[in-house]
Design a protein around this ligand. Structure first.
Ligand code: PEP
Ligand code: MG
Length: 833
């Protein structure tokens, strides 16, 4: 009899029966029947045409659904979940259709050989459901793509699925297994669940799985610390819940402490409904007290098969045109942040690759919706594959466009959310267009379960002045509409149903903040002097001509950092000397004679220009960037120096990413040449950015050759703590108030003082109210920050005295954590200087 489905070997290697797999979960067929391959090459191929149900977050396992509803799990090596994704490269996305022989996952065979328990890779059919399996190859070397298993459909015994009667028992749990609910624990849970007659399920935000299906459990993607609802209905429901809960909560030998657990996992009703406090990452600053309003969106349904290429093509074109028109209307009404985000959305819609991919699928017989979703899916996968958290965050823009086009195709509209005033919006992930559709005046705050601090939603929230917390975890989804909340973005906390005293304290603090802000704004354009009259320069960081006007209105006394990258990035060729000079002149004029510090081009690392190719680097943050690029391209440096001297002759010049005295001397020499080139007679100050620990430690040497120092705390913090400043996972820890960073700033200021130079700060710490008195106490006399921070920083500085700041700074240097420094400064600021 001909087989109904043939599975090809997904790898080249030695085929073996499952009994030989050194893991009882597979050997005892707890996850299903199949075979194992000991791979000789590091590629996993699709064994048949199928849809990817899910690729595990640790990238070591994939589940597929093939013809006849057959579910196939392929697990690369044993205990490879512990590698956390290292050594694996995924080429497909969840939900993607794949064809037999398509590359699914690449893996580093050597790394696995060294680090995994075994290379043996089982491929199992997780539920044969009456089909019969014929194992054709075992005990010999097979090539990838060689037939290894034949399946024949059994009689499809239509099972009477009578609704299960009886009480439902529920229990909230938190996953304690360090690697989450991966294959082995999923198999054990399913095996135990199968021993009970009750219907048992596990549910998390928006997803539910039958607890008797190991694959179903794996596709929940549960990670360590995730909250889940275990429920059982019918006979022995109580016993089933008790047993499964005990198994999961026992950790199955992989338990690890959970940082923030729901209050009481024992009490079923209240644990997820009222976690006392959730921790998240600040995406936009501020404090808010308000009522929860949930915004959780349902998937837009999509049918795969099209109704004829011409029909689907026309439908897609019409939907794209409609979304484009809506974007144009929204952009016309929006501020700068909205316009630039919507501009990016419009560009995606015009992208010929993206629309071409969708049209190709329509030509293959797919519906417009399916084709669009699949094309976006490919892009999303490509962006995620870049392993750059900032690029991965652009994924929400694509998902947003996917949804908007699918909605138009389905004739749906997002129901306009009727926000009561003082709402705190809760969502798993918020899309930029959803946020733009809301009435900001009614929005007190935002908290999302996922998301990162550099996403477009974060930028929009900051521009709207709405405090925003992201990455607060799945418990966000369990908060009920109308629950009272306190959101403190700077503290990274969301208090759920707070006690009356906490609520009153937050409301008092909020009222005081509003008052303080109004008073600060009224005084923003006055000079900034400390209580004893000592002058502190409060400048703005600028990234365009447009920024300059806004900064003056916000109270900037000059510009302490002009990021000149705006002139160089996102274009085909470098701006010539005249174009640059014109821009520098325009900015100097907009500042109306106030001080201007122009930073030389700072590319490399996370900022690249196609016409300035930098060879692929293992570690771009530690590669050719900043002054290292300029010194390797003397023409680029000399052109920029000449343009600054011509366009803004009164400006100071600053070199980025300096790590040695030789680099500074080389820039000085280039400046001398540029002066000769343009016959520049006047004085021009050359400063050094202190962004590397090396520069801080040799600040006294640098100061002997420089005219001023300016600390870039964003990079100084990333290099001191060895933590990527753009990694959302580390965002809460990359705190420039770390005592190690403060000690380096102290070293910089001391170095400057030795040569009677002033030291400023132009990184993010300069605009942090808690940091300013410490920085001043360390000897910093110029602070350059985003315009929005100026009024409050100035008003706080006016209350300070130099002596008290010095004392505070000395105490800050002796603290053992950034949290301790913040607490110290908050006490200082609330107790008065
Ligand atoms: C810094 O690193 O602190 C800085 C001001 O430079 P940028 O943020 O542009 O890297
Ligand atoms: Mg920097």
């Amino acid at each position: 009899m001909a087989a109904d489905l043939v599975l090809l070997s997904p790898m080249a290697g030695w085929a073996a029966v499952l009994d030989e797999v050194p893991d009882p979960v597979f050997a005892e067929r707890m996850l299903g029947d199949g075979l194992a391959i000991e791979p000789t090459e590091g590629v996993l191929w699709a064994p048949c045409d199928a849809t990817v149900i899910s690729v595990h977050a640790a990238r070591h396992a994939v589940t597929l659904r093939a013809a006849g509803g057959v579910e196939i799990l392929i697990h690369i090596g044993l205990e490879t979940v512990a590698l956390g994704g290292e050594g694996f490269e995924v080429h497909v996305a969840d939900g993607q259709a794949v064809t037999a022989g398509q590359r699914l996952i690449g893996f580093d065979l050597d790394l696995l050989a060294r680090r995994a328990k075994s290379l043996t890779s089982p491929m199992v059919i997780t539920d044969l459901a009456g089909h019969t399996m014929d194992l054709r190859q075992a005990g010999r070397l097979v090539a990838a793509g060689e037939p290894v298993i034949e399946l024949t459909w059994g009689e499809t015994a239509a099972q009477d699925i009578a609704p299960v009667a009886g009480p439902t028992v529920e229990r909230r749990l938190v996953i304690p297994m360090i690697h989450g609910l991966h294959a082995r624990p999923a198999a054990r849970v399913a095996e135990l669940a199968k021993s009970f007659p009750a219907e048992i399920s596990l549910a998390t935000v928006g997803r539910r799985a039958n607890a008797k299906s190991p694959v179903g459990l794996m596709t929940l993607g549960l990670r360590h610390g995730d909250a889940v609802l275990l429920s059982a209905t019918g006979e022995q429901a109580q016993a089933a819940v008790a047993a499964v809960a005990a198994l999961i909560e026992g950790g199955m030998g992989e338990g690890a402490p959970i940082a923030v657990a729901p209050e009481s996992p024992e009490t079923s009703a209240s644990a997820l409904a009222s976690p006392a406090q959730l921790r998240g990452v600040m995406a936009a600053p501020g404090l808010a007290v308000g009522k929860a309003v949930r915004l959780f969106r349902a998937e837009v349904p999509v049918i795969e098969a099209g109704a004829g290429a011409a029909h689907e093509e026309a439908a897609l074109s019409a939907a794209l045109a409609q979304v484009r028109a809506r974007i144009a209307v929204m952009a016309g009404e929006g501020d700068k942040a909205r316009r630039s985000i919507l501009g990016a959305h419009a560009a995606f819609l015009e992208d010929p690759e993206l629309t071409g991919q969708a049209r190709r699928r329509i030509g293959e017989g797919k519906s417009a919706g399916f084709a669009w979703k699949a094309a976006i899916g490919d892009y999303v996968e490509a962006l995620r594959g870049l392993r750059d958290p900032r690029m991965a965050e652009r994924v929400d823009d694509l998902v947003d466009l996917e949804r908007r086009v699918l909605q138009v195709l389905a004739g749906e509209e997002d129901r306009a959310l009727d926000l009561p005033s003082g709402s705190i919006l809760l969502a798993v992930e918020l899309l930029p267009s959803q946020l733009m559709a809301l009435d900001a005046s009614r929005l007190a705050g935002i908290c999302t379960a996922k998301g990162g601090p550099t996403s477009h939603v974060a930028i929009l929230a900051a521009a709207m002045g709405v405090p925003c917390l992201v990455a607060a975890g799945p418990a966000v989804a369990a908060i009920r509409d109308g629950t009272c909340l306190i959101l403190d973005a700077e503290a990274g906390s969301l208090q759920v149903a707070p006690a009356a005293a906490a609520l009153e304290a937050a409301q008092t603090a909020l009222a005081a903040r509003h008052q303080r802000r109004a008073a600060a704004r009224a005084m923003a354009r006055e000079d900034c002097r400390m209580a004893d009259g000592t002058r502190i320069d409060v400048f703005a960081n600028l990234g365009s001509l447009g920024d300059a006007q806004g900064a003056l209105a916000a109270g900037a006394e000059g510009c302490g950092l002009l990021r000149t990258e705006f002139l160089f990035l996102e274009r085909e060729t470098a701006p010539d000397e005249d174009e640059q000079a014109a821009q520098y002149r325009a900015i100097a004029e907009a500042l109306e004679g106030r001080p201007l510090i122009v930073r030389l081009l700072d590319v490399g690392g996370d900022k690249s220009a196609a016409y300035l190719p930098i060879a692929a680097e293992e570690n771009p943050a530690l590669g050719v960037r900043g002054v290292r690029v300029l010194l390797r391209r003397p023409q680029l440096l000399r052109t920029q120096l000449r343009a600054i001297l011509r366009g803004a002759p009164g400006a100071k010049i600053m070199a980025p990413m300096v790590a040695s005295l030789a680099e500074l001397k080389a820039v000085r020499a280039a400046l001398d040449e540029a002066r000769r080139d343009v016959a520049f007679e006047g004085r021009v100050d050359l400063g050094v950015m202190i962004e590397t620990p090396a520069a801080a430690m040799i600040a006294d040497q640098l100061a002997s050759e420089a005219d001023f120092l300016s600390v870039g705390t964003n990079d100084l913090t990333q290099y001191t703590l060895a933590m990527d400043r753009g990694n959302p996972e580390l965002a809460a820890e990359v705190d420039a108030l770390h005592p190690a960073v403060l000690r380096l700033i102290a070293a910089a200021a001391n170095g400057g003082r030795k040569h009677a130079l002033w030291t400023g700060v132009c990184g993010g710490l300069a605009g942090d109210v808690a940091a300013a008195p410490i920085l001043i106490g360390l000897g910093v006399t110029e602070l350059s920050m985003p315009g929005a921070a100026i009024a409050e920083v100035k008003s706080m500085i006016r209350t300070l005295s130099p002596g008290a700041c010095r004392k505070l700074a000395a105490e800050a240097l002796a603290q053992d954590s950034p949290q301790a420094v913040r607490a110290l400064s908050n006490t200082f600021l609330t107790g008065g200087a």
